[in-house]
Design a protein around this ligand. Structure first.
Ligand code: C2O
Ligand code: CU
Length: 457
């Protein structure tokens, strides 16, 4: 029999599928110390950087599933420090949420922990250490999870773009000033090497090709503003969840942990490339460019919304319980005192303890939850930012929607960037029983006090 190209494709598909299925029982993510070439050659001849990575890579392995699959991953800890995995943005049972000392024990050096849960929602999610995260995430302990739709949109390339931010010394090593108080009281630990990592990273794209880009900001603290040049299209999802009405693509702003999926068509441009640009003040730095080569002539149909996830939308707030959250503290924050571990303390004494940010006058993780919620209860939280800094508020366990000034609701989100002196309101239905964190995802702010939790019963 002659092996036509068609046959060949069919048989490789079969070969490809078999090991993927068999993998389910042996998926181990090993957290370990490794060396990677972090700084691109164009910057000069830098040595490898010592990192902590899942399977020794940064980002960790890209985990791809189909909606409805069960994620099964064993974490093996080969680091000199206890760790865990938090599956950011995924709706899962509380015991799988990966918060040490809270939903599980930290996984000690040499030990393992088995995570398994069904993937209810399609979209772009990520996983990261939730132990000593100011250190562990800064060292590289994160990766991306893609949960494919049952019927994914028709695109020519599907590319994950991890945006990260490293603080490196002149030998390309991560500086170990993790708890620097000046960082913690201000905007957090800012790096000096902002970088994008593409998986896969195509050598070229055709003009008129349709590309899905899945952006994930894994930086510990940095807000990233990103522009795409040489493409037009739509934002189709935020924080993993499809937008009912895709938005025209403009500049994208990502607080730490925020994501967006965009679908674009490549246009011819002066640069003859698809460019990912990091925008700061009025300047742009090119993070990555993919040159154009060739041209597709088939006209593409208009970009459609992604299929909805099984997640309900809020329609009104009648009967909602209001739980305000007031943020205070930090540099220029005028906070005079706050409660830490049950004790009222002056800001001066709190700084000595590295505790400088408060929610409702309390710094650090309170023993009692912010509120006990009944399953199915509708909650609204006005978030009042009295501080001079932006905060990326993240809720574990379910997505919320922003309550908009006109009374409508924003898209499903798991992280909301709240600007200095701004008030924003979110609402959600308490979903899964258990203990769920609600914290700032600027990890320096979280470590310095911005952390609380809900108990869903
Ligand atoms: Cu992305 Cu509490 O975490
Ligand atoms: Cu913050």
């Amino acid at each position: 029999m002659t092996l036509t190209r068609r046959h060949f494709l069919k048989s490789t598909a079969a070969l490809y599928l078999a090991p993927t299925l068999a993998q389910a029982s042996v998926n181990v993510l090993e957290a370990k110390v490794a060396s990677v070439q972090l700084i691109d050659a164009e910057f000069g001849d830098y040595p490898e950087t010592q990192v902590w990575g899942f399977d020794g890579t940064v980002p960790g392995p890209l985990l791809r599933f189909k909606q409805g699959d069960t994620l099964q991953q064993t974490l093996r800890n080969s680091l000199p420090d206890p760790t865990s995995i938090h599956w950011h943005g995924l709706r899962l049972p509380n015991a799988m949420d990966g918060v040490p000392g809270f939903t599980q024990q930290a996984v000690q050096t040499g030990e393992t922990f088995d995570y398994a849960f069904p993937l209810k929602d399609a979209g772009t999610y990520w996983y990261h250490s939730h132990n000593h995260s100011t250190v562990q995430v800064a060292r590289g302990l994160y990766g991306v999870i893609v949960v494919e739709e049952q019927t994914p949109p028709d695109v020519d390339h599907d590319i994950v773009v991890v945006l990260d931010d490293w603080r490196l010394d002149e030998t390309a090593q991560i500086t170990e000033d993790f708890g620097a108080m000046h960082d913690w009281t201000h905007a957090g630990r800012m790096g000096n090497y902002v970088h994008s990592h593409l998986t896969p990273s195509p050598a070229s794209v055709e003009e008129n090709a349709r590309v899905r880009l899945r952006f994930v900001n894994v930086a510990t603290d940095r807000i990233m503003t990103i522009a795409l040049k040489g493409a037009v299209g739509k934002v189709v999802a935020r924080d993993g969840m499809p937008l009912r009405a895709p938005e025209d693509l403009d500049t994208l702003v990502f607080g730490p942990a925020e994501r967006a999926d965009v679908i674009v068509d490549i246009t011819s441009s002066e640069a003859q490339a698809l460019q990912i640009v990091f925008v700061e003040r009025d300047t742009g730095y090119l993070l990555h460019d993919i040159p154009l080569s060739g041209r597709r002539s088939d006209p593409r149909p208009p970009i459609q919304p992604l299929p909805a996830n099984p997640m309900r939308y809020l329609t009104d707030l009648s009967g909602a319980r209001e739980i305000p959250l007031i943020m205070s503290g930090g540099a220029m924050g005028r906070m005079e005192s706050a409660t830490w571990e049950g004790q009222e303390m002056s800001t001066r004494d709190l700084v000595q303890q590295g505790k400088v940010w408060a929610f409702n006058g309390v710094v650090g993780m309170p023993t009692a939850p912010l509120a006990e919620l009944r399953q199915g209860e509708l909650i609204r939280i006005p978030i009042v930012n009295e501080t001079a800094f932006a905060h990326a508020m993240h809720l574990h366990g379910t997505h919320f929607q922003e309550v908009l000034p006109d009374g409508g609701f924003g898209p499903h989100k798991d992280t909301l960037l709240v600007q200095p002196r701004e008030t924003r309101e979110i609402a959600f239905v308490a979903e899964t029983p258990g203990k769920w964190l609600f914290h700032c995802h600027m990890l320096s702010h979280q470590a310095a006090g911005m952390k609380t939790w809900f108990h869903v019963i």
